[in-house]
Design a protein around this ligand. Structure first.
Ligand SMILES: [Zn+2]
Length: 125
């Protein structure tokens, strides 16, 4: 048996579903803002700052879509009954770690080992 009981799974399912809904509604808002911004591209200075805003917005959206994928993956694992199992070594991820990071797909030992690589390729969102 795992450390995580069915009450915990329900808790994480609710938490992740809530986070997913928030992210999805934010993503819709971002699209709306971008369309609106395109309407007043007259002044070159405005245009330049708008390009920066757009790059920034796209970067945020990129991070959001990355997180959305991770949340979906975690929700799939909940359905499959493999939530809280490390993808690398198959050991349980501690409940304390999952409470901090419900989308965690690796136990702290594997994560620590991976962190050396992530420092080069950028942190996990
Ligand atoms: Zn592991």
């Amino acid at each position: 048996m795992t450390e995580i009981n069915s009450n915990d799974v329900d808790f994480f399912k609710e938490l992740l579903t809530q986070q997913l809904n928030e992210l999805l509604s934010n993503a819709e808002k971002t699209v709306g803002t971008m369309v609106h911004d395109g309407e007043w591209a007259a002044d070159p200075v405005d245009q330049a700052s708008m390009e920066t805003d757009r790059a920034y917005t796209l970067r945020i959206r990129d991070r959001e879509s990355h997180l959305i994928k991770k949340i979906n993956a975690a929700l799939t694992k909940i359905e499959e009954g493999s939530f809280g199992i490390c993808e690398n070594c198959g050991e349980e991820i501690s409940l304390a770690r999952l409470k901090v990071r419900p989308v965690a797909s690796h136990c702290i030992q594997c994560k620590t080992k991976m962190e050396a690589f992530e420092k080069v390729s950028g942190p996990e969102a």
